[in-house]
Design a protein around this ligand. Sequence first.
Ligand code: 5GP
Length: 178
Amino acid sequence: MSRIKVHDKEFELYIPQDQIERAISRLADEINRDMAGKNPLFLIVLNGAFMFAAELFKHVSIECEISFVKLSSYSGTASTSVVRELIGLDHSISGRNIVLVEDIIDTGLTMLFTKEKLRKLEANDVRIATLLFKPKAFQQDFHIDYIGMEIPNDFIVGYGLDYNEHARNLPDIYKIAT
Ligand code: 5GP
């Protein structure tokens, strides 16, 4: 399906599943290489990163722990500057090597907040793995360690990403039609 409707908006096919999965496999190789022997704690940022994480951890072969957290700064199709609380953290963070697993980095505000929070909890190292990155929207100066794909500033859905809670289940990524 190359064109779909989600709520009131039309979307067109943008990144097919095989291309997404190739990017994720490459990203897992980088993580395996860098994080071996460090027993990282991967924190998957729900809801959007669930499909990315499921594919990523088929390829991450090093010894590690995986947990899930939740926070949200988004409603509708425009990023808001309000970052809410980080919930669901049930591991001790002190001294751990953390890898945050995120669906997409837009302005970077969400990850800035999360990184700060984990630093205050005395993490040894906080890295970021994101499936998608919008470099033109990014407003921070922290380093993003693992990037699946860079994309322009279009609003996208699918592969875990929603438009008002719909379209997360699509196996491909779609962008808003112009
Ligand atoms: P940031 O704080 O980096 O501006 O926004 C990050 C969050 O905004 C992501 O975790 C995601 O939930 C949401 N987001 C940013 N861009 C998009 C997009 O194009 N589509 C969807 N569905 N969500 C997005």
